[in-house]
Design a protein around this ligand. Structure first.
Ligand SMILES: [Zn+2]
Length: 412
């Protein structure tokens, strides 16, 4: 009898997304298998099928009884900023009292406050904080996570943060995708000159040392303009990095339109994207990464044009956008809020935080699906079926988490 490291059996409903990313999500296309089982060997899924057959076909070292519950691919969080020190809890009070962000900045708060704390933190402290955060995410089902730099705002400091992310590889138990982010120009600096330096020195250095998979830029009013952002993204693509962009969050200055022509894998936020731009994303297969918790953290943010994205056939993904201004480390929270904040169905939200998020990272043949050959990332939920995700919410609904073939959480 063939050997398996783990067999998960008695899965009441298994949502596999075996056919890949979905722009139009339906139960028929989600690859749902009832009374299912999954066999795992050497960190990979080797078989998926009826529970009885899977159980009787493998000599399993460990068996997990899902007791008729829901199982899904491990969650993929394609947009986080967890390399930082310090906190900004007092700014929430100010935001709720209607104090504008420009005034918070003027009082020494906002992003530059996080930068001051982060640049003075030791490398071992930043690594320790990052690993704690990744472990918290993992135990709530985040088995793949993209990690951005962006609180250095100095070329050497950004490289130090990339090295922290690299040090987390191998120590963290989930798959980590490193991104070099041009977040905002340093305080008082000339944005154009900083963007030029970032593009001509930092981007090629990070690429040649293998420290980043992606380059990203915060293209917006108060951050980098369209031409500065283009410079940085083009430098990344020329250096062999892949590209993604923070676009159209605070104002529409043409970022999504510019980036559509460059070959980015994802456009993130899009709260102020004109609905007609959805066609640009659809025609190029660009994933729209939406961030319901950061919409709420902004207090008065509009919603992205979800209906236009859906109609145009754009792949929609969800992310936590975890950062000190939006202290929400779990993409599961985004999944739970998506029906209420974005109008996604529970199944759309699940596709958006698994297979579609994997597509946004160029990893949909590695994670985000349950099919033979994929990395063995599985979550068993305290739920009968996928419609409970978002319906029963406000706490961590995951019971058991398998990441890379390792059982990292096993609650009853
Ligand atoms: Zn962000």
């Amino acid at each position: 009898m063939p050997r398996a490291d783990i067999v998960v059996y008695n899965i009441g409903e298994l949502v596999t997304f075996m056919d890949g990313p979905l722009a139009r999500v339906s139960e028929e296309r989600a690859g749902i298998v009832r009374e299912a089982g999954v066999a795992i060997r050497s960190g990979r899924i080797i078989d998926v099928g009826p529970s009885g057959r899977i159980r009787s076909s493998y000599d399993a070292e460990t068996s997990i009884n899902a007791e008729d519950r829901l199982a899904t691919p491990g969650l993929v969080d394609p947009h986080t900023h967890p390399v930082f020190d310090g906190s900004r809890e007092d700014e929430l009070t100010l935001k709720v009292q209607g104090v504008p962000y420009s005034e918070i900045l003027r009082r020494g708060g906002g992003i530059y406050r996080t930068v001051r704390r982060t640049v003075s933190a030791s490398t071992s402290r930043l690594l320790e904080l990052l690993l704690e955060r990744l472990e918290l995410m993992l135990r709530a089902g985040t088995t793949t996570v993209e990690v951005k730099t962006g609180y250095g705002l100095d070329l050497d400091e950004e490289l130090r943060h990339l090295e922290v992310v690299r040090a987390a590889f191998g120590k963290a138990r989930q798959l980590v995708v490193p991104t070099l982010l041009a977040h905002v120009p340093p305080q008082g600096a000339d944005a154009r000159a900083y963007a030029r330096e970032f593009a001509s020195t930092l981007v090629p250095e990070a690429a040649s040392r293998g420290l980043a998979t992606y380059v990203d830029v915060f293209c917006d009013r108060g951050a980098f303009g369209v031409e500065e952002s283009r410079l940085i993204l083009e430098a990344g693509l020329r250096s062999g990095l892949r590209a993604r962009i923070h676009a159209d969050q605070l104002a529409y200055i043409g970022c999504s339109e510019m980036a559509a022509g460059l070959g980015v894998d994802s456009m993130d936020h899009l709260e102020r994207m004109p609905p007609e731009n959805a066609k640009l994303l659809a025609s190029r297969g660009i994933v729209a990464v939406l961030t319901p918790t950061s919409i709420l953290s902004m207090i008065d943010s509009p919603r992205p044009p979800v209906e236009a994205l859906r109609e145009a056939g754009v792949f929609i993904a969800l992310a936590s956008d975890y950062n000190p201004n939006n202290m929400t480390p779990l993409v599961q929270t985004a999944l739970q809020l998506a029906p209420y904040v974005l109008g996604l169905t529970q199944l759309e939200a699940l596709a958006a935080s698994t297979v579609n998020a994997a597509r946004s990272l160029g990893l949909d043949n590695v994670v985000g699906r349950i099919a033979p050959g994929m990395r063995a990332d599985i979550v068993v939920w305290d739920a009968e079926n996928h419609k409970w995700l978002g319906y029963y919410w406000g706490f961590d609904l995951s019971l058991k988490v398998v990441a890379g073939g390792e059982i990292v959480k096993d609650s009853e």
